[in-house]
Ligand binder design. Sequence first.
Ligand code: G3P
Length: 227
Amino acid sequence: MTLLKLFLDSADPEKIRRALDFYPLDGVTTNPTILSRQNTELLPLLKELRKITEGKLLFVQVTADKSDDMVREAHLIADRLGGDLCIKIPATEEGLRAIKILSRDGISTTATAVYSVSQAILAAAAGADYVAPYMSHIDNLCLDSAQVAGDMAKLFREHYPKTNVLAASFRVAEQINRAVLCGVGAVTVAPEMLPVMIGNRGTEAELESFEKNWSSVYGDKSVGDLI
Ligand code: G3P
């Protein structure tokens, strides 16, 4: 049995700090859009993210579009940041070549912006550690993203046991539940999704009822005050 990995999709240091404090997270994923939202100098930001995520996995994406340049960028990122890193490489022809080379170099990779099982097969065969289907974008093509991601997961279990599906780009909690139930090995969620996942009106109502019943007997004293 392998445990599901849960990552945070963010480059916002404050949000990451808080999420890592409160939630059971295995690391942080970023991409060029997420990093550019911080609108700040890149290297200090990446170093801060590296520090905050020490001991956990940090995903950083290359922006080059030619395989040799992607490989150079990947090595540079690894040299500058160190630690437990996974380099995200777009699922393109150039990206596949980069994944093959980086896999031989012993650098962990994620094939990203993946839409199809065919792309997933090639990325896994090239040596990617993760393949990241963009769930909401796949759903917007009127395909069933959970089914697509579940097919990838099944395929990897049978043929590429080293590769995990890292499902990304969720808009609603039910998409996450379905992806996990369909067998993906990892999900990455935006900070805003975490309270949506844990929050429940039923739980809130139960807490109100506990509070009412308790205070009718013990007033404002807590368990800690009374034992
Ligand atoms: O990790 C991938 C994710 O950030 C892209 O998804 O649709 O939220 O931009 P989206």
